[in-house]
Write a protein that binds this ligand. Structure first.
Ligand SMILES: Nc1nc2c(ncn2[C@@H]2O[C@H](COP(=O)(O)OP(=O)(O)O)[C@@H](O)[C@H]2O)c(=O)[nH]1
Ligand SMILES: [Mg+2]
Length: 271
């Protein structure tokens, strides 16, 4: 088997205080667990970029790079940037950790140690399993997510435990899947990706995670998000050919590109 090299992708938008904590947390895991850590600042309007660049020198365990998307591509579009970068650099996997410090990178380590990411096309963090923990989540929000998980389970034909959390790992089959480009660039990207995985009979499993809601600002507008997510279910169940072929983006970007704005220059011992 080719050598395993995992890119840790950290999407970041208006999360200056949190990105500093997320980057520091990389010192709590074994050095070079990830071949590279890529923070992508998605055109934040706050100090996210300078906060990330300034803390880079404190990251001693990993090669870490901060990039700036050339446009605001949304969370989904940022995934597309990272997947392309991983394909170009020959990384075997892309792990994703949201930059707003709601998740904990240490919770991915048991998945890696068990080798689940080699066995499966995707390992997806879930906020809604028995062993999950969601301090700060209202009962209403949790119940709503369970309803959606049920709807998506019907679509996927297997149990879905989360429509898209901020801690996941994807293998080469997903990274190189050209259809991913057609999925929505916004926060619903993970919903499309999930149903796309199921439709293509890719293998995925969920693992329980802790997801904090402390000083983070959620940008999700609950009602509009609910209606848009229902529309994905309808499209998948009733017009599958459309789901497979149409462009699901509100706006089509010619390319998904970024420029490097900082690196800690660490030389990875394993490379
Ligand atoms: N809302 C939003 N988040 C983005 C964007 N680009 C990257 N992100 C990151 O995506 C993650 C999820 O966004 P967030 O608004 O926290 O959504 P939520 O956690 O699902 O409520 C955060 O880490 C953001 O920093 C973007 O264009 N919009
Ligand atoms: Mg968040």
């Amino acid at each position: 088997m080719a050598q395993e090299r995992i890119l840790l992708f950290i999407p970041a938008y208006n999360c200056a205080p949190q990105i500093v904590r997320v980057l520091r947390s990389l010192n709590e895991i074994e050095a070079d667990t990830f071949a590279e850590v890529l923070v992508l600042n998605n055109q934040s309007t706050d100090d996210t970029q300078s906060a990330a660049v300034n803390v880079l020198s404190e990251v001693t365990t990993h090669l870490a790079t901060v990039g700036r998307n050339l446009n605001n591509y949304g969370l989904g579009g940022s995934h597309k940037v990272a997947f392309r970068y991983a394909a170009e650099k020959g990384y075997s996997h892309v792990a994703v950790l949201h930059g707003d410090d709601q998740g904990d990178i240490r919770e991915l380590i048991p998945v890696l140690n068990a080798g689940d990411h080699r066995r499966l096309d995707a390992c997806l963090g879930s906020r809604f399993m028995k062993a999950s923990n969601t301090p700060g989540y209202s009962l209403f929000r949790t119940a709503g997510n369970h309803v959606f998980n049920l709807l998506f389970s019907i679509c996927a034909g297997s149990k879905v435990h989360d429509l898209g959390s901020g801690l996941n790992i994807f293998g080469t089959a997903v990274i190189k899947d050209l259809d991913v480009t057609l999925y929505s660039d916004d926060l619903r990207f993970n919903c499309y990706l999930l149903l796309g995985l199921a439709d293509k009979k890719r293998t995925f499993e969920f693992f329980p995670i802790t997801w904090r809601e402390e000083d983070q600002i959620s940008n999700v507008r609950m009602f509009s998000q609910t209606m848009k997510t229902l529309a994905i279910v309808r499209e998948f169940l009733f017009t599958r050919s459309k789901f497979r072929t149409i462009d699901h983006r509100a706006r089509v970007h010619e390319s998904y590109a970024f420029e490097v704005v900082g690196t800690n220059g660490r030389v990875n011992q394993g490379l």
